[in-house]
Design a protein around this ligand. Sequence first.
Ligand SMILES: Nc1ncnc2c1ncn2[C@@H]1O[C@H](COP(=O)(O)OP(=O)(O)O)[C@@H](O)[C@H]1O
Ligand SMILES: [Mg+2]
Length: 368
Amino acid sequence: MITFDNVQKQYPDGTVAVDGLSLEVPTGTLTVLVGPSGCGKTTSLRMINRMVDPTAGRVLVNGEDVRSQDPQTLRRGIGYVIQHAGLFPHRTVVDNVATVPRLMGASRKQAQATAMEVLHRVGLGDELARRYPAQLSGGQQQRVGVARALAADPPILLMDEPFSAVDPVVRKELQQELLRLQSVLAKTIVLVTHDIDEAITLGDRVAVLRPGGVLAQYATPEELLGDPADDFVAGFLGVDRGVRLLSFFSTAGLPLQTDRITSTGDMPMRDGDGRWMLVVDDEKRPVGWRDPHTSDSSATLVPAGRGFVPGKDPLRVALDAAVLSPCGFAVAVDEDGRTLGVVSSEEVTAVVRREHRQRTDSPVRKQP
Ligand SMILES: Nc1ncnc2c1ncn2[C@@H]1O[C@H](COP(=O)(O)OP(=O)(O)O)[C@@H](O)[C@H]1O
Ligand SMILES: [Mg+2]
């Protein structure tokens, strides 16, 4: 566990970068510090590994004040990843990653073996390992940065805007990669970003900082979206907060209709009494929607689009599917893509309202 206990940092020129910060980062979780530029995120992060020392208050790792620990020893247990990966340009990728195990006393051979292992873990193959950093894409360089931070298998990982310098598509990939890694490794991660979407995607908990280095709210993404502490947090979350909250609502309770489904194997195919009908193949996979307004039964079907898997996909996916459907019905499929039923956008929104009501009825906001 990492604890900020009423931490303040005032730089020698008088700038107060962090003010009265208290929060706890539970072991094995990913906490995101998010906020506009200059609000003290990097300063807060660096107080954990003693690159910066607080001017008041304490930072504790597992209950022990970091200032009572030797910085070198402390940092051996704390991986650090920064925006442009910070790789040594004149060392190969594998040598970059092997640096830390070497520093910790591993033989050259052992360090290289460890490096190859972590490179594979972050999705980089043998052919990239012999290259120099400049011969990699930005996204690959960030992966190497993550691999290097993981090479000593530290229990704590600090990440400062690790994905901010790569393009949006690669960024999404790296985010998913980090979530996958974290589900296996369960490190204690503190990640800094100015991007609220990244914070919501990655964080088990999110600390929103406001200018002046003051904590505005510390909560789960769901609590943030559902119940922002004030106008600053609400504004920072953006205008589509309500829709994004649907990512946390389940599709398990949606009522599925089956009387609007007809199979290519049915002879003759059921007509829908003037209603749209979903045509499925022999294996119950959706083929498309049959438009009741076209009399020609061999008319082309309207593609059914992406379905949702009840209980697995969130309500946002079901609503999206219903909105995009030509007739306002989302198709529910099982994990193998076989049709389970359909649900109307009205039924989806009814569940949205019920979920929202349940949340606003809950008597107190959960405190961190
Ligand atoms: N070494 C420093 N000396 C003086 N002021 C600094 C120093 N480092 C950062 N600051 C100031 O402290 C504030 C917080 O900076 P920083 O922690 O880097 O914010 P963030 O990472 O959220 O952008 C800013 O006003 C910044 O200009
Ligand atoms: Mg910063």
